[in-house]
Design a binder for this molecule. Structure first.
Ligand SMILES: Nc1ncnc2c1ncn2[C@@H]1O[C@H](COP(=O)(O)OP(=O)(O)OP(=O)(O)O)[C@@H](O)[C@H]1O
Length: 173
């Protein structure tokens, strides 16, 4: 089984890579979906739930919730989108030899512009709010994950180039 973790700050392009991986036959597991599912049950904001879940059940909780989803997957290729902390990397490495992390980097300026354009429900046009979201993600240890990843894709240029790079790296891993 080939299993890859995907990390990057908000707006860096994780969704783009996931959809390419999907086209290549990967089964996609989104850590964000696990948080959103839990937030819905609790009637909370997903940002709040992400912090609370870790506080209540420890740093490993979101990764642990992914394991049964991975085990129930029939496919041979799995991509876990949205790894945020070194604890999560540790769990996946322990369970799956050969687990690799691909990170995506885009500058803050680029990411803010993209998120303004994307306009998903949790996207903001307020730069201060955007910085707060960045800070929350970094607080989970996302910076450490990116700094110690196995592959890095820089996403500052045109979308088609980024997609080409992503495809090449997904094939290489
Ligand atoms: N190179 C690029 N050129 C132009 N637009 C891009 C590029 N890369 C990504 N985008 C667009 O920017 C937006 C953010 O990308 P995407 O949704 O993949 O980010 P993300 O890392 O999944 O963000 P989040 O963590 O907030 O979900 C999307 O609308 C995407 O289509």
């Amino acid at each position: 089984m080939k299993i890859i973790g995907l990390a990057g700050m908000p707006g860096s392009g994780k969704g783009v890579v996931s959809s390419i991986a999907g086209e290549m036959g990967y089964h996609i597991i989104r850590m964000g979906d696990i948080i959103r599912e839990e937030a819905r049950k609790r009637g909370e904001d997903p940002g709040e739930t992400a912090v609370k879940l870790r506080r209540e059940h420890g740093e490993y909780i979101i990764a642990e919730k992914c394991i049964p989803k991975i085990e129930n997957t029939k496919g041979e290729k799995i991509l876990i989108e949205g790894i945020r902390s070194p604890y999560e990397v540790e769990i996946f490495k322990k369970h799956y030899r050969g687990f690799r992390i691909i990170s995506i980097f885009s500058t803050r300026r680029t990411r803010f512009k993209r998120l303004q354009r994307r306009g998903r429900k949790d996207d903001t046009k307020d730069y201060q709010k955007f910085l707060e979201r960045d800070q929350r993600e970094l607080g989970f240890g996302l910076g450490d994950v990116i700094a110690t990843s196995d592959y890095l894709i820089i996403n500052e240029g045109p979308l088609h180039k980024f997609k080409e790079n992503a495809k090449r790296i997904l094939k290489k891993v």
